[in-house]
Design a protein. Structure first.
Length: 311
């Protein structure tokens, strides 16, 4: 009888090793990885994926988690970061989210999870960008990672200056380094805020907004990185639009003080032929940008667009 019980017990133990439970295979903590990117995806995945998919995702996240740490270590002390390598890693993570359908109705982990920053300026910027329609989820994830790093640096500064005193002479060099870090963090926050304001201003142009909405349209299937690249091109196009607007304003102001034009009763809005030729050339450049970006998004020419007129 006892021998039979022992045999059954041994078989049971062997079965645990040969056929392990998939649930016990997986980490129970919400943050099993060392990077925030991987942990955000994991937290979302645990809510919606089956164990078999979780197992596969976990293995893939382990690899990306390690690669992100390696990139961070390799670029820690570099003045010029390997941004191309970082974008490639973030694009791979974005593709992973799409593969497992973790970005749902176009919202990212960044917008799904409420994020609070202790620094009021960071929180203010995040409140603006997270609610704005002018960002792809990929851009929000990239921005969130950057803001997490800035908050971590602010926390470091707070910790290392908490016990500082005027008598701590040996730490004078450290204080200078912390001040330099703090100045850089404050400047980076300022740049983030300015960049968001510039993006909002750019989207007030109807041509820019139209192209951006095409880029966000899922039927065209652009990846997050591709959409971010489209936005960079839109910034170039917008600079051409603003250059033309400034030139046109100056040309029209000159026209007001043209005595010959006043004598002939020419309207202030009508430019002299030389000025009009310049404006027409600028408009042609803007239309070329529009055509190029539209083609990149849709693979087609815009409807009712005279392509031949640009040659």
């Amino acid at each position: 009888m006892l021998r039979g019980v022992v045999v059954v017990a041994i078989i049971g133990i062997l079965a645990l090793y040969i056929y392990p439970s998939k649930k016990s295979d997986l980490p129970t903590t919400d943050k099993p990885f060392k990077t925030k990117n991987a942990n955000r995806i994991w937290a979302k995945a645990k809510e919606v994926l089956l164990d078999s998919d979780l197992r596969n995702l976990y293995d893939e996240l382990l690899v990306k988690d390690k690669e992100l740490l390696q990139w961070k270590e390799a670029n820690r002390n570099k003045d010029v970061k390997d941004t191309a390598g970082k974008e490639k890693l973030l694009a791979a993570i974005k593709s992973m989210k799409e593969k497992y359908n973790l970005d749902g109705s176009g919202t990212s982990s960044a917008s799904v999870t409420p994020t609070k920053f202790k620094d009021s300026r960071l929180q203010s910027v995040w409140n603006e960008v997270s609610k704005s329609p002018y960002y792809h989820p990929y851009e929000l994830d990239v921005m969130l990672q950057e803001m997490d790093t800035l908050q971590s640096n602010l926390d470091k500064i707070a910790r290392e200056t908490a016990d500082d005193s005027s008598s701590s002479k040996p730490y004078k060099k450290v204080d200078k380094e912390l001040k330099k870090l703090n100045d850089q963090v404050q400047e980076d926050i300022k740049v983030l805020d300015q960049k968001h304001k510039a993006t909002s201003a750019m989207m007030r142009d109807p041509q820019i907004l139209e192209l951006w909405n095409y880029a966000l349209d899922k039927k065209y299937g652009l990846t997050g990185l591709e959409t971010a690249n489209i936005k960079e091109d839109l910034r170039h196009m917008y600079s051409k639009i603003m250059k033309q607007a400034r030139f046109l304003a100056r040309a029209q102001s000159f026209r007001k003080f043209d005595p010959e034009a006043r004598e002939m009763g020419i309207d202030d809005g009508i430019l002299d032929p030389e000025m009009q030729t310049i404006v027409d050339g600028q408009q042609k450049i803007i239309r070329k940008w529009y055509l190029s970006i539209y083609r990149r998004i849709t693979g087609e020419n815009p409807p009712n667009f005279d392509v031949d007129s640009l040659h």
